[in-house]
Design a binder for this molecule. Sequence first.
Ligand code: GRG
Length: 322
Amino acid sequence: MGNSVSPSPAQVMPYEELFESAIEQVNQRLSEYLTPVAGETLLSGDHDPAKGLWEAMRYSTLDGGKRIRSVLTLETCLACGGSVEQVLPTACAIEMIHAQSLIHDDLPCMDNDELRRGKPTLHIAHGESTAVLAGDALIAMAFGLISKHTPVSEKLSPQRILDVLTEFSRATSVIGLVNGQYVDIEYEGKQYTTDILDYIHTYKTGALFKFSAFAGAKLSGVDNTVVETMTEFGSKLGLAFQIVDDVLDIQSSTETMGKTVGKDVMQEKATYPALHGVEASQQKAQQLIEDAIEQIRECARQHNLQVDSLIRLAEFINTRIS
Ligand code: GRG
């Protein structure tokens, strides 16, 4: 697409290098969380009859994925003066929910896809019932990680952690992924308005980005005014991300994306390019990113925050090719 918002020297550095440390920390911690604790179940280790379930959860969560939502959470927390430890369990929980949403989205009863992150989807590789159950386990586990592993401190009260859990529940359910996905499927092959399109994108994709930024700010211990600005920033990034995704579904290749492209047209999905055309979609995504960047620049000036990484992340969303 090449819709660069404000070209800067750092932008030539690829996303994976810019956020290498955050991505590595998330991957390492995710792997730890997705390793069964010895002795916790009736039969464990080589005798564990549910070994295949763990393998399935690891297959879809650990191998691949840009980690953009968890990077957003970590970088927001750092920008607001927090530490990685304060937020890493929540960042991992977000990746688990994201992985689960992809597993279930790929099922034959939903988008019916056979390729994800460059390899067979979970139901193709491990069977449909395992894919449903691995997704179920990831959802339930995600909530427990936040409550069990987030360290309480003077800056990070139990109430803040409860607020994060409440918002996580909302963002993943009926003002989030589930209702977005429901309406997305409901409107396949039907007439839709801009309001319906915004509804789908705001919830199906926007809600988890919004939550990612919210959680990063909230768990840093920063004031609520900053939390609100960061939450709006995440929301705009999420909407832009989905619009860019819809454009890439038309302009990119299955090889580059690691998932089947061209499906939106085939399944007559409600998308920005289908309703407004590719050019207007690119302009809309660019506008959202510009607004988001301006908003956090202003917030950074007022509250003396360091937001360069967040700006780089926002720019990546608009220039990504996969
Ligand atoms: C969360 C309880 C619960 C249920 C999930 C199936 C479902 C309900 C929601 C599906 C939502 C969905 C598939 C949204 C699409 C979001 C999107 C653009 C995904 C691609 O994200 P990337 O590009 O993927 O970040 P990688 O592979 O890089 O992680």
